[in-house]
Design a protein around this ligand. Structure first.
Ligand code: ZN
Length: 182
């Protein structure tokens, strides 16, 4: 996890989770990424000068259409396709051309390993460097197109001028960066 998106778990919350017998790491995941809701993914975007850090996290079903370990060739292919699409964020995360952003790192966590409850999560981390970061007045999130099992994306935005939240769904794929003028 990049330090920019890590927020400490409040002590009270941590205490509740500890009392409930849930490991602190799990508590953090729950709080940070919200519940595991099929169809809903989380996208964290942190813009700091010329560096943009992006995290995506969501139920496996959003990305491959199932959450068990792939069994058939078709399922193995679906997982390979999803991984390839995740490794090429340019197809679903578009910054303004004027910002001249280049992908410098893409790490896609191993998917295809369900937890003991039969659910599976997918996550990936990206870093872009942008020659003209002031030109990032917004960006387009094409995750519903790239991964049709996705119905909603909760976007968390951190910029030098503050924080913001946005929702991407079938009606809205553009996220405006607060404090910028398009
Ligand atoms: Zn699930």
């Amino acid at each position: 996890m990049p330090s920019s998106s890590v927020r400490p778990v409040p002590l009270v919350l941590a205490g509740i989770f500890l009392a409930a017998g849930i490991a602190p790491a799990t508590a953090f995941e729950l709080r940070h990424h919200g519940a595991h809701v099929h169809g809903v993914s989380d996208l964290d975007v942190a813009i700091d000068k010329g560096v943009v850090e992006v995290d995506i996290h969501g139920p496996g079903i959003n990305f491959v259409g199932f959450e068990h370990a792939p069994r058939t060739n078709q399922e193995k292919q679906a997982l390979a396709d999803a991984t390839r699409t995740l490794k090429q964020p340019a197809s679903w995360l578009v910054f303004p051309e004027a910002a001249r952003c280049t992908l410098t790192s893409a790490q896609v966590a191993d998917a295809g390993k369900p937890d003991e409850d039969g659910h599976m999560d997918v996550s990936a981390h990206y870093r872009f460097t942008c020659a003209k970061p002031d030109a990032i007045t917004g960006f387009d999130v094409g995750l519903l197109r790239a991964f049709p099992h996705t119905v909603k994306v909760n976007v968390d935005l951190v910029t030098p001028s503050g924080q913001g939240q946005a929702t991407v769904d079938a009606n809205q794929s553009h996220v405006t960066v607060p404090g910028t003028s398009p």
